[in-house]
Design a protein around this ligand. Structure first.
Ligand code: GRF
Length: 212
């Protein structure tokens, strides 16, 4: 499987995927890393691993449609089978998403369907939730609303801050994201007619990873 990773920032999840590939826990091959920001540290990580990079800045395009079309063309050039969003901070158009439906994953720092969107850690603290976590899901046109595949849960402690939660959640993300990507690469996880299948059976609820 040829994989593209879309990034906008630090790229620690990209690093986890690179490490998994190098450690042979991920059988797919990361062909390219695409960023909408030229200064994303993720690009450095890709270069360090000898992975091709592309910068397509949304600011160079008059609208979302033309920006997404440029990204689509790059993904076609790389002959990508699986698109992995890893801290990619642009909302994608329904047209783009439909072209990659069932072949595009995202990771989100909350227990979806709760806390879609940004600032999830602070919102969890503001609400006083006892549990928090992260979710890997298929991407559909509605933001953070595609079918959830896997989740990992932590208990929020009284001492937690938004920063400490971000750190703790990142650790979980780095564990579950390469695992889910590998399930796609080895055929255990698939998408048919708008629904996720795991080991040939419809996936009724997200797979839960034990607390780390
Ligand atoms: C992660 O928390 C991920 O859940 C969210 O963006 C963050 C990206 O972090 N979508 P990094 O760039 O992979 O370090």
């Amino acid at each position: 499987m040829k994989i593209a990773v879309l990034v906008s920032g630090n790229g620690s999840n990209l690093q986890a995927l690179i490490d998994a590939q190098q450690g042979k826990q991920l059988s797919g091959q990361i062909i390219g890393v695409l960023s909408n920001k030229a200064d994303a540290y993720a690009l450095q990580r890709a270069e360090n691993a000898n992975i091709a990079t592309a910068v397509i800045s949304h600011k160079d395009f008059p609208n979302r449609e033309s920006f997404d079309e440029a990204m689509h063309q790059q993904l076609l050039n790389w002959q990508i089978d699986l698109v992995i969003l890893a801290g990619f901070m642009r909302i994608l158009t329904p047209n783009f998403v439909s072209k990659w439906q069932g072949k595009m994953l995202n990771i989100h720092p909350s227990l979806l369907p709760f806390y879609k969107g940004v600032n999830t850690h602070q919102r969890v603290l503001n609400t006083g939730d006892r549990l928090h976590g992260c979710t890997v899901h298929f991407v559909t046109a509605e933001l953070d609303a595609g079918q959830s595949i896997a989740q990992s849960v932590i208990e929020v402690s009284l001492n937690d801050t938004a920063e400490s939660l971000a750190q703790r959640i990142h650790k979980l993300e780095h564990f579950i994201y390469p695992q889910v990507a590998q399930w796609i690469c080895n055929g255990q996880l698939s998408w048919e007619n708008g629904k996720a299948y795991f080991n040939q059976k419809p996936l009724e609820r997200p797979i839960q990873f034990a607390q780390l």
